[in-house]
Design a protein around this ligand. Sequence first.
Ligand code: IMP
Ligand code: MG
Length: 185
Amino acid sequence: MHADVDRILFSESEIVAGIDRVAREVTRAYTGRDFTVVSVLKGSCVFASDLIRRIPIPLELAFLAASSYGDGTEAGRLEVNFFPTGNEIEGRNLLLVDDILDTGRTLHALKHELALRGAAEVRTCVFLDKPSRRAVPLQADFRAFEVENLFVVGYGLDFAGRYRNLPYVASLREAIYAAPKPGPV
Ligand code: IMP
Ligand code: MG
């Protein structure tokens, strides 16, 4: 276990089982329909890449970059850095994939933006769902795990840019949040 970690919430094997389940649900929902998985960078890159390899039906892959957090743990303004091209959106069935559904502001704003840009349908799939933190009414269509009201890192999720490469989901020791910089990964 990494020295900065307080507690592991989901181990590697638990993550595999959760992704297998959500991949089956997505497969069932989209069998016979064209769809595009839209991975929200940076946080969902680990989840999205494991997820798509467990979906045995045709799909396309697109990326967008958005962030609603600064360097801390409080929600900030949504920043959209880049979007898929028009023909990757217009008339397409999109499955927005994100690392975590927290206040819901990010996915709510992104769903709205993609609909404005002509998507035929926008559904959402999240690795983690923190329902206790919701500020806008949004439910994910698919989710791997529900998580308690705790700031977590690993498997794509960061604190101040670090810990995305941990293969499990964990909470960090108090001292890490208090320190000006987190320890090295
Ligand atoms: P929302 O807009 O509040 O739903 O926030 C979504 C984004 O906030 C996620 O894509 C994450 O980047 C970030 N976030 C929310 N909670 C956590 C957490 O516990 N750990 C790491 N990042 C988080
Ligand atoms: Mg994120």
